[in-house]
Design a protein. Structure first.
Length: 107
């Protein structure tokens, strides 16, 4: 199972095991991890699963699509070049060790 590390704004981190094909939003919400609201349930409609991708992983993911790009313009926390919606990041074995940083707020 690929593992994802979520780093909270306060510096604490949680390591979550994710299933292949699951989104980086689904795994932490199944574990009850604070910091990802996912109000739309992963339908890419709300931007409350905003994360910052650790720079070392930027090249491992597909580029941001048009819908995701539009939603990232309305995040509660600052949009950065490494911003992603975790519902749009599909977990594969190649992403084992992925590090995602959580913003200070989602709403």
């Amino acid at each position: 199972m690929p593992a994802i590390t979520f780093v909270h704004a306060n510096g604490n981190s949680d390591r979550i095991d994710a299933s292949d094909g699951e989104s980086a939003m689904q795994a932490p919400t199944h574990y009850g991890l604070d910091g990802i609201l996912a109000e739309c349930g992963g339908d890419a409609m709300c931007a409350t699963c905003h994360v910052y991708l650790d720079d070392a992983w930027l090249a491992w993911l597909q580029a941001v699509g048009d819908d995701e790009d539009a939603l990232l313009e309305s995040t509660a926390a600052e949009r950065r070049p490494n911003s992603r919606l975790s519902c749009q990041v599909r977990i594969t074995p190649a992403l084992d060790g992925l590090v995602l940083r959580l913003p200070e707020r989602q709403v």
